[in-house]
Write a protein that binds this ligand. Sequence first.
Ligand SMILES: Cc1cc2nc3c(=O)[nH]c(=O)nc-3n(C[C@H](O)[C@H](O)[C@H](O)COP(=O)(O)OP(=O)(O)OC[C@H]3O[C@@H](n4cnc5c(N)ncnc54)[C@H](O)[C@@H]3O)c2cc1C
Length: 430
Amino acid sequence: MTPATLWHATAPAMAPLPPLHGQVEADLLIVGGGFTGLSTALHAAEAGLRVVLAEAESIAYGATGRNAGFVVPNFAKVDPDDVRAHRGEPRASRLLAMAAGSADLVFDLIRRHGIDCDALQSGWVQPSHSDAALGRARERVRQWQALNRPAEFLDAAAVEALTGVKGWRGGWIDRSGGVLNPVAYARGLARAATAAGAALHEATPVTALTRTGTGWRATTPGGEVRAKRVVLATNAHAGQLWPGLAQSFFPLRVFQIATAPLPQSVRERLLPGGQCVSDSRRNLFTFRFDAANRLITGGMHILRPGAESRVPRRILARMAQMLDLPGTPPLAFSWSGMAAVTPDFLPRVIEPAPGLLAAFACNGRGIALTTAMGAELSRWASGTPADQIAPPQVALQAIPFHGLARMAPNVLLPFSILHDRSESPPDLRP
Ligand SMILES: Cc1cc2nc3c(=O)[nH]c(=O)nc-3n(C[C@H](O)[C@H](O)[C@H](O)COP(=O)(O)OP(=O)(O)OC[C@H]3O[C@@H](n4cnc5c(N)ncnc54)[C@H](O)[C@@H]3O)c2cc1C
């Protein structure tokens, strides 16, 4: 089944990949055909491994095909000093190096494999909604600059010049970030992985994993794969395949919308440099254009009966107000996807059994981070011990009272909105 997103509607088509049939041998089996699985497949096949990738639905069916296409080389809410405090050295430095180079890796892969995905390495901007957030932006710039990143502090005038929006207090930019069409990028990775020798299968759910001596046997409806190693790249779609995995993160439904193409005059006023923007609010405001001048934004929903169905119109209205648009533009696409969020906002690599790694939870920053994580996972598949790759390995840990705790982000949203309002100056829109 193909999701009805802007990206699926506008990406170059890809012929369906055949479901897996019969018995297959591999060095590495990858479960999941999103960015994590595809980047792992590409890098492992290029390293000479026999790679099989099984995707239950279609390539980019999960969050990979449903995001906003922002390429962001850092972590949601967490700065380099926090990473050092959470993970210790040398594990923190490995993770920071992975994140710091992640956007460059995405754009390098796109160039190297000639992937047609409307990619623009134009930068990612985080405007500050309050004076406290501006202080944090200054600190973020200092910490990422210390890692040789192209991070720059922006005053209010510079943010207004870049975004075309008045009211933000200032902010910062990482110039290695940018935008792309995520489905086109994923399909390009799939083509490159296939060309490197990986066998990719759609409509191939892995229904069971069994340890066999030194390797693994994976069962699918049409056959089985015997592999030396397995990477679970199922992110928020973990299901019941590995016990406890789905209880180790908060599954978060995030909504996205796209307008019809807008007049050139709007395009010239807003984001003339083609960056993507996510501001510093808890109920964050995001926006970017696609290649056809459609405006794209997103949001979450408050846990209230019927609230979900109203979200697309509500986030469209918010964007029209924030960007001072002449009226509310026509809504052309709306969709939603599941992100995986962890209590410390850091991605997870877990080795719940020998020869099996689960890698997930880029906390809404997955395009660049998962691409870079795939390169690391392929090093593990080639023999590097799991404790020497990034992100650092942690134990599989269920979130206490997961059945209730999983609703926390939506339950807390009204409080986040109130908190944002109390901090924001009156001249900044909602
Ligand atoms: C609405 C939204 C907006 C976002 N915006 C951005 C953004 O602008 N920038 C950014 O960097 N990040 C963003 N993110 C996060 C980013 O999209 C994700 O971090 C990233 O796509 C995760 O990729 P993945 O490959 O790990 O998982 P997914 O893309 O979710 O892929 C998991 C795949 O596993 C498959 N699967 C599950 N179980 C099985 C099984 N048993 N057998 C076979 N296959 C299976 C699923 O079908 C699915 O295709 C956003 C996320 C959402 C939801």
